[in-house]
Design a protein around this ligand. Structure first.
Ligand code: FAD
Length: 450
């Protein structure tokens, strides 16, 4: 590849903070709120003009991983509860619905999520910098980040912090700082992305429980040769109002059949266009489903939904065995109840721990958040330290809220104790998280209710 040399230049210092969080998805929201609530001057930087991450920017509209197994306990509390209450007050939260007879998920409206998240961060006095793309770091030495660079319409700016928290989903900040990471399945592919969309104009009475019949109708359409589909396992479910349904139906591959890579702009460009083309194909099929005849595409999200890219290597990598075996950890910071959900070529494969026999959740160790090699950095969310299989489960919103809240709380403790996040007293972190309402597993009794 040809290169050019960029001349060195002076960069304005946008601000100096105790904690800077890159990325405003579920992990970033929880991290920023937790750090600010602990009294730390906190800035959250986000490339879009709204919060929610894939949950809003990719039109996910559904929380998974807040609950664990068929006995219907909401095991993720803390900051997530505050956010859910705010979404609910705006009328944007569905009652939880059962998935595959084994676990609950809970749909929401993206507008309500964006507003509720703004309110939540304002209530905790988090500073926000929207429309700022994290673009690189300047290191103080091999182990410490000095500043994060952001590109804005006002030009490149620098932000200094005592502790940085990478909640970019892609491990951007950790990678720039030189932390080790893996990408996808380490064999050139990763969990496949999807272009989500929502339909409106559905007749709810006529559509009934269409999510049950759609897979059969897809089989018939395939056999008749009237339609082709990029994957099995389509998810088509109602939002709060039964006239609006979300559609998780598409799958974006490269020409060689491997998953579109969310770190490659050319692939993302083709993925966005192909994603919208697949959405139209899916829509043409869905209009043949009773109740959907007069439906129309009411929303295509701002971006293609990316499930997996970099996974930063930390003190422990959560594995698929940990998820299936409901693992416990001494340094638990919360739990994940979501099963492995593998978006492989042409299909979606769910692998649950034994349900209802087991408790149906694994604990999440603090070491997942502490990247190797960099001292003033924590990583939370779908790019935290997990194997490809472990990430297929703990990448969902519930676990991302848990990791974010723990990372923000840990950053504050490190600053308060004049130490680095990796060396904080984990029992102090655990006590603090429990006081904030978090459920860590271990000897705590499982929270009641939904
Ligand atoms: C199609 C699809 C369907 C899914 N379905 C579900 C579901 O039903 N339920 C569920 O719970 N989960 C679902 N997930 C998974 C879930 O949405 C994500 O894994 C989760 O949002 C990850 O949270 P996060 O905070 O780690 O990262 P993200 O949600 O990815 O948020 C990262 C944020 O960082 C910002 N950012 C990234 N890089 C930069 C940068 N360099 N500079 C500035 N900002 C940056 C992004 O704009 C984004 O706002 C789905 C995911 C996809 C793609």
């Amino acid at each position: 590849m040809k290169t050019i040399t960029e001349p060195a230049r002076q960069i304005p210092l946008y601000g100096e903070y105790e904690v800077v969080v890159l990325g405003g998805g579920p992990a970033g929201i929880a991290a920023a709120v937790a750090a600010a609530r602990a009294g730390r001057q906190t800035l959250l930087i986000e490339r879009y003009g709204f919060l929610g991450g894939m949950g809003t920017a990719a039109g996910v509209t559904n929380f998974c991983g807040l609950h664990a197994n068929v006995y219907a306990h909401r095991v993720v509390q803390g900051v997530a509860s505050d956010l859910l209450d705010r979404i609910d007050r705006l009328g944007g939260l569905n009652a939880p619905h059962l998935i595959l007879g084994k676990i609950f998920a809970q749909a929401y409206d993206t507008a309500a999520y964006k507003i509720a998240a703004d309110d939540l961060l304002a209530a905790h006095k988090v500073d926000i910098l929207f429309h700022a793309l994290g673009a690189g770091v300047v290191m103080q030495d091999d182990r410490r980040i000095h500043v994060l660079m952001v590109e804005t319409k006002a030009g490149r700016q620098a932000v200094r912090a005592g502790v940085f928290i990478d909640c970019s989903g892609d491990g951007d900040l950790a990678a720039w700082a030189g932390a080790p990471f893996e990408v996808g399945d380490n064999a050139g592919s990763m969990l496949f992305p999807s272009m989500m969309f929502r339909l409106n104009g559905i007749d709810p009475e006529k559509a009934g429980d269409a999510w049950r019949t759609i897979p059969e109708l897809m089989e018939k359409a395939l056999a008749l040769g009237t339609h082709r589909f990029p994957r099995k396992g389509a998810i088509v479910r109602p939002q709060k109002s039964g006239i609006e349904w979300r559609v998780n139906f598409t799958q974006l591959a490269r020409e060689d059949g491997s998953a579109v890579n969310g770190l490659e702009p050319d692939q993302m460009t083709r993925g966005e266009i192909e994603g919208r083309r697949q959405a139209v194909q899916a829509f043409e099929f869905l209009r043949t489903v009773p109740g959907f005849e007069k439906s129309y595409i009411v929303d295509l999200p701002p971006q293609l939904g990316i499930r997996e890219t970099r996974r930063v290597i930390g003190g422990y990598m959560l594995s698929g065995e940990d998820v299936l075996g409901c693992a416990s950890f001494d340094d638990s910071i919360g739990v994940n109840g979501w099963p492995m959900e593998q978006h492989v070529a042409g299909d979606v494969i769910f692998r649950f721990p034994p349900i209802p026999e087991s408790r149906g959740f694994n604990e999440l160790p603090y070491r997942m958040l502490t990247p190797e090699g960099i001292d003033n950095l924590l990583v939370a969310g779908r790019c935290a330290s997990m194997t490809h299989d472990g990430q297929s489960a703990a990448r969902v919103s519930g676990a991302c809220f848990v990791m974010g809240e723990a990372a923000g709380t840990a950053a504050a403790l490190a600053l308060g104790g004049n130490t680095i996040p990796r060396d904080i007293a984990v029992d102090k972190l655990q006590n603090q998280l429990k006081q904030q309402g978090a459920f860590l597993g271990q000897d705590q009794s499982i929270p009641e209710g939904l």
